[in-house]
Design a protein around this ligand. Structure first.
Ligand SMILES: NC(=O)c1ccc[n+]([C@@H]2O[C@H](COP(=O)([O-])OP(=O)(O)OC[C@H]3O[C@@H](n4cnc5c(N)ncnc54)[C@H](OP(=O)(O)O)[C@@H]3O)[C@@H](O)[C@H]2O)c1
Length: 279
């Protein structure tokens, strides 16, 4: 009997790789995205039933983050539809050290559907596919918390763990902490990327309040500004959040991908040597 997986966030940093890996295994996949047909839009719950129709497994990458106000209601409503529709497995992507996200994790865990929770550390790919790409291109990376160590995790590893969790019921009921094999601070990250790209890139420490104020002045959505303030202020640098976990190796039977491998591959692609777009 064939089982279809809905990958919510299936065009994003982890979801795209989950889709690729499932398809490579011959598993039927539906992409959960505002651009798909049927579309899936977190902002429009009327789109959810059609996206979930006929779905057996669910990978959930929420937007913008399970810690934001409103996330618990959305996860609760989605889970209700998943139960009603007979979904047999949910894999929820969460954030390591994000206490605010645990409410959403509990909703999924208490739903009665077999589940696996993936608490991921910061993605390495934030420096090439997200808000940290622009500063790298500009040559100045101005961020708070220069001393905070982060065990960056590769989105390919997260996707592999997600696929195993979706397909193998030995992962049911488990909460995995997904990190890379070592910690790096922002100055260390910038040094590695500068060396690999042979560019001059400098790290400039800024006070958290100044950084958040800067985001506000860029007219970014208030939810997004709150989230960045929360991640830098409450999550980053809190004791325990920087711990390296062996869960990727335990699940995949091989070490987690090192940040240097990500840097080498991304530098070779040439994207860090492009001229920054003027903003
Ligand atoms: N980035 C990190 O370091 C990190 C670390 C730990 C956990 N996480 C968690 O991972 C999740 C996603 O990570 P990310 O922020 O890095 O982004 P991402 O995976 O790159 O997400 C972008 C995806 O979200 C979809 N999306 C955006 N707005 C949407 C909406 N209104 N309705 C439906 N889909 C929407 C996009 O689809 P379309 O544009 O195609 O609709 C795209 O597939 C978040 O829950 C985050 O908390 C991230």
């Amino acid at each position: 009997m064939s089982s279809t997986t809905l990958v919510i966030g299936g065009t994003g940093k982890t979801g795209r790789k989950v889709v690729q890996q499932l398809r490579a295994l011959g598993e039927p996949v539906r992409i959960g995205s505002r651009r798909n047909s049927p579309p899936f839009d977190w902002e429009n719950p009327a789109t959810w039933p059609a996206a979930l129709a006929g779905i057996d497994r669910l990978y959930v990458s929420f937007q913008p983050d399970l810690a934001v106000p409103g996330a618990a209601k959305a996860i609760s409503d989605l889970t209700y539809l998943a139960v009603a529709g007979g979904v047999r497995k949910v894999v929820l992507l969460s954030g390591k050290g994000e206490q605010e996200a645990e409410r959403c994790e509990r909703i999924v865990a208490d739903s009665g559907i077999p589940y696996t929770i993936l608490r991921a550390s910061w993605f390495s790919q934030n420096f090439s596919e997200s808000f940290l790409m622009e500063p790298i291109l500009s040559g100045t990376v101005a961020l708070p918390k220069p001393e905070a160590p982060i065990p960056y995790v590769d989105t390919g590893d997260i996707a592999e763990v997600a696929v195993q969790s979706l397909l193998d019921d030995r992962h049911d009921g488990r909460i995995y902490e997904l990190t890379g094999p070592r910690q790096l601070t922002f100055p260390e990250v910038v040094e590695e990327i500068a060396a690999a790209t042979r560019r001059y890139i400098r790290y400039v420490p800024v006070p958290l309040e100044e950084y958040v104020e800067g985001l506000r002045n860029h007219d970014l959505p208030p939810d997004y500004v709150w989230l960045i303030g929360y991640l830098f202020g409450e999550v980053l640098g809190k004791p325990g959040n920087e711990d390296v976990s062996g869960d990727i190796e335990r699940v995949l039977g091989r070490p987690a991908r090192d940040f240097s491998d990500y840097v080498r591959e991304t530098a070779d692609s040439g994207i860090w040597n492009r001229v920054p777009s003027s903003s």
